[in-house]
Design a protein around this ligand. Sequence first.
Ligand code: ASP
Length: 324
Amino acid sequence: MQPDDTKLQFDERGNLRHFLSLKGIGAELLTQLLDDAERYLAAPGSLPIRSQSLAGRTVGNLFFEPSTRTRASFDLAGRRLGADVLNLDVNTSSRKKGESILDTIYTLEAMHVDVMVVRDASDGVPAYIARHVNDHISVLNAGESDVSHPTQGLLDLMTIRQHNDDFGNMTVAIVGDIQHSRVAMSASEALQTMGIGELRLVSPAALAPDADRFPGAHIVDNLADGLKDADVVMALRIQRERIGNLDGVPGINEYFANYGISHDSLVYAKPDAIVMHPGPMNRGIEIEGTLADGPRSVITKQVTNGVAVRMAVLDRIGKMMNAR
Ligand code: ASP
């Protein structure tokens, strides 16, 4: 993100036009989006909630990096709001043949795609696209390098708020490969905006972040201190695809023994602490399988909330488009 990219997210009337980052999204708008998302949660066993705010529109999913949850939930969210959804198959798309990202974008524009949902391994791609598309098109960031994953930050905030909405008196511990994690970045931005009491980032030295990327957070190198009396524990995957040199990164057994979230290590946290993970999980590395499947885990809730927050964001974009 460049400094003016936070402004790029809003149109001249102050409506959300692109969703590129949680930077510049204040507590009021975060709260409204979560309240909207709660309304998209259907009771278990009942039909999903639908609306028509994107009727006649087309959402294009452009995922230039692997994805299961984010892509599937944007697909469902778009359809449940009445849109046509185009899932571009990146393995057979012409970008593989050397087509530039902008040529791909202009091709989709010519097919009347209204909303482009973009995931890319390079910094700045969603904002770059947002600066080049026609005025009537919106761009949503579905995961940008190690920089930002704003709808993941929203769904994490929603899941935490369902457990405890007293953010000022809460301790959240994010554990794992903080240095390469866009999930940690967006969750931290959302939690800091909501006035989190204490945010701890727990990792081995080789995966620790630059402190200036996470202002206000405490960087901790051991699990006992990191989890002490935490209300929320979020485990993260080691982002091997972003790590050039694995020197200094603990091997699997050493990692699980020292940084794995397990029944044993969770004793440091509060007795009612919840356990989160954005997926995909590596059981037996960053999290113990039986803990992930147990009553303290809210991992499947995160997935359900993921569809709801993406509906809330798309709904807002659709209403903004319909009001033009
Ligand atoms: N699914 C998340 C992401 O896209 C987390 C991960 O891949 O580990 O960033």
